[in-house]
Design a protein around this ligand. Sequence first.
Ligand code: ZN
Length: 423
Amino acid sequence: MRVLRLGMRGTDVMEIQALLQKIGYKPGEIDGIFGPQTQQAVIAFQRDNGLTPDGIIGPNTYRMLEPMLLGYMRYSIQAGDTMYALARRFYTSTARIVAANPGLNPYNLQIGQQIIIPFGIDVVDTNIAYTYEIMERDIQGLRARYPFLEVGVAGRSVLGKNLYYIKLGNGPNQVFYNGSHHALEWITTPLLMKFIENFSKAYVDERNIRGYDVRDIWDQSTIYIIPMVNPDGVDLVLNGLQPDNPYYNDLIRWNNGSTDFSRVWQANIRGVDLNHNYNALWERSKEAEAQYGITGPGPTRYSGPYPESEPESKAVADFTRNHNFRLVLAYHSQGEIIYWNFQNMAPPVARRIGELFTQVSGYPLDETYGIASYAGYKDWFIQQYRRPGYTIEVGRGRNPLPIQQFDRIYNDNEEMLLLASVV
Ligand SMILES: [Zn+2]
């Protein structure tokens, strides 16, 4: 973490602003700009925590903030501690502490025993630019708070970032959701991350969500989620082109000479559009490039040199081959629409399930035409398995969609995410 101070900008500033607001300070607008109001909020936080009130987030202040970013801390049991008192002191519940510490006997705490205390705040922020780094920290936080989650790595991006998957449930009916194939469509990552958090919370609290019994889903189904298929692309869009990027000069060339990637870049870091890189009439996707003036790597629609040429698409295809998914959802943004077919290969049940999705989300069904109709993930899944596969396009407007649309998008999609695991 770099030292943050007045005048700085960035996704890291935005993350700290969101945290300060969440824990009761007033940093002003969550805009990624370290202005005077954010500085005042930092000073207030420092005063309350016995830190030098200089308004700068250096190592000491960051050390106090970090557990709250993660959503938990490690704690050593002291004489006189009780579960109830700990829960009160850290604004959490005994059920959450028990869930985070499997095997702990809450009636027999031992002095010096190390436990995890999950704070009573949510981990996944849905009002900030959601970078790979933020996702990674949130996964770490969720895993500590909800140790029943299985977290793994399905592969690595071109630049070596982990393609994380999270597994919810233990049932025989396997489904798979993924997000952010397209860099500008990163809002689909916090959508899936928030779903993981809410699902886990409901599981611990033994609550239903929208009438769905989460424990039932857990036993019937297994939901695999890769929330960010294209982390290099997402970080290029959100953090800009960094000088140490090994494709620095290429990227500027591929981007028609521009160093601004924030409104145009959909591809991975080698300029391949991952959702045109699967082996489903890939040749047609390739042929169609000429009509769109595409001659090589670029911001969008370049299909790559051959199917699954990219480590990200290859990893997602391998992950699919290594499981037995009854149904998949590939999340994209823009259009509030559900694509459900590929070359009439979808089974009859796919339309019926799609109609149920329309009922719970309000998104109508549609079929794709032209270049967008080949070589996508759901196209490949339908062709390969003849099972239900969907591209869900959330939100409306121009990509990247503003994060202010998040609540509405989440509300539109939550039931579909539950239903898809049991339908
Ligand atoms: Zn897309």
